[in-house]
Write a protein that binds this ligand. Structure first.
Ligand SMILES: *Cc1c(COP(=O)(O)O)cnc(C)c1O
Length: 381
């Protein structure tokens, strides 16, 4: 096979227009945080997803933390959170010294299981306890199934924080992912579908809460001539230079979604017909961005097969990764409660799932190199 550079999972994909917005920031000396690019990026993103407002932040993690602050999550409060996710979904619960309770996935979407959620609500309310919030994560570009989740949360009167860091541009029953919960969170980290090198966004229809988020994210400075503070603040705002990157990236988001979906379709067409492997199913309630293509290896095979495939691809200069390791299996969260769907769905996905190179800069020829390597490996096993 031909020699090639390392084939990456997902890397920043600039459109070329980013530099125009950055140049604008330089020529007007808006290098300081905030400024016209931040305002425009917030406005454009809110318009794209259809939320009443948006606050540009230094990271998606900061947006999750601020959501918890806005819902007044404090020490010893309980917050439910999807278990199958990246640690950044759950870490802010601990920043607040609150207690996370982890909820399993359902097999159809790999996102939060309404069955496990309902059981958790019942058991906790029987103990006279109620979570302050539920963080629902939309994994790998696909929305969770919100109708049953919202119904349960409405019954117990618990607000939803939607961690849409991986699902910007996806839809659920005609709504944009991230706009269903009380708060929605996006990330523009380097590996996400669009990036500002680092950054995040908090969206909501509650304009008052969003202005409070702006206040908290800018060191909680009171309106006074001198520096006065009546609350603890944070330095969480996005820089005007980086927001310029975001403006140009948002203009190509729809194009990136088409590219990501094409990558997914090629993998699944070329591999699932001949081999006993599966792909994260697409639910019929909405459109997935296919941020990452995730393949599941045959459950009847030995458990370590996915590890072996990752090592094999690595030897051939191809990056792949296991699916997220669930939070309830993480040493740092091992003391907290966990509610499984029935069988432990998220652990199963972790053991069998492999994220394949889904870089939108990857040509079809290069993707075919990856597919050939996977075929070679599967023929040998
Ligand atoms: C990337 C990611 C985050 C964190 O976003 P940052 O911008 O890197 O802080 C949170 N949750 C999920 C599910 C993510 O994939």
């Amino acid at each position: 096979m031909v020699k090639h550079d390392r084939i990456l999972l997902a890397s920043p994909h600039m459109s070329g227009k980013e530099q125009e917005y950055i140049k604008e920031a330089f020529s007007t000396n808006w290098i300081a945080p905030l400024g016209p690019n931040v305002d425009a990026f917030e406005k454009d993103l809110a318009a794209y997803v259809g939320s009443a407002g948006a606050v540009a932040l230094s990271s998606g993690t900061a947006a999750i933390h601020l959501s918890l602050l806005l819902l007044n999550v404090q020490a010893d409060d309980i917050v439910f959170c999807s278990s199958l996710t990246f640690a950044a979904s759950a870490n802010p619960i601990l920043y607040q010294k609150a207690t996370p309770v982890f909820i399993d996935s359902e097999p159809a979407s790999w996102n939060m299981s309404p069955i496990a959620l309902e059981r958790a609500m019942k058991e906790y309310s029987a103990k006279g306890k109620k979570p302050k919030a539920v963080i629902v994560v939309n994994l790998y570009g696909q929305s969770a199934d919100y109708d049953p989740i919202e119904q349960i949360c409405a019954e117990y009167e618990v607000p939803i924080i939607e961690d849409a860091a991986e699902s910007l541009g996806a839809t659920y029953k005609g709504k944009m992912s991230g706009t269903i919960g009380k708060f929605g969170v996006y990330s523009f980290n380097g590996n996400k579908i669009i990036t500002t090198s680092g950054g995040g966004m908090l969206v909501s229809d509650d304009i008052q809460s969003l202005s409070k988020a702006r206040f908290l994210a800018s060191q909680a400075r009171d309106k006074a001539l001198h520096y006065q503070h009546s609350q603890i603040g944070y330095n969480y705002r996005l820089s005007n230079v980086l927001a310029g990157i975001g403006r140009a990236q948002l203009e190509v988001l729809n194009e990136r979604i088409v590219q990501k979906r094409k990558i997914f379709n090629r993998y699944s067409q070329m591999l699932s017909s001949k081999y006993s492997c599966d792909f994260l199913p697409e639910c019929d309630y909405g459109n997935s961005t296919k941020w990452l293509t995730v393949m599941l290896l045959d459950p009847l095979q030995e458990l370590s097969l996915s590890t072996k495939l990752i090592e094999y691809l690595d030897e051939h200069n191809i990056e792949s990764r296991p699916a997220w390791k669930p939070m309830h299996l993480q040493p740092v969260f091992s003391d907290y409660d966990y509610f499984a769907h029935d069988e432990d769905v998220s652990s199963d996905i972790f053991h069998k799932g492999i994220c394949l190179p889904s870089d939108t800069k990857m040509s079809q020829e290069v993707q075919d190199i990856v597919i050939e390597r996977i075929k070679n490996f599967l023929d040998m096993h």
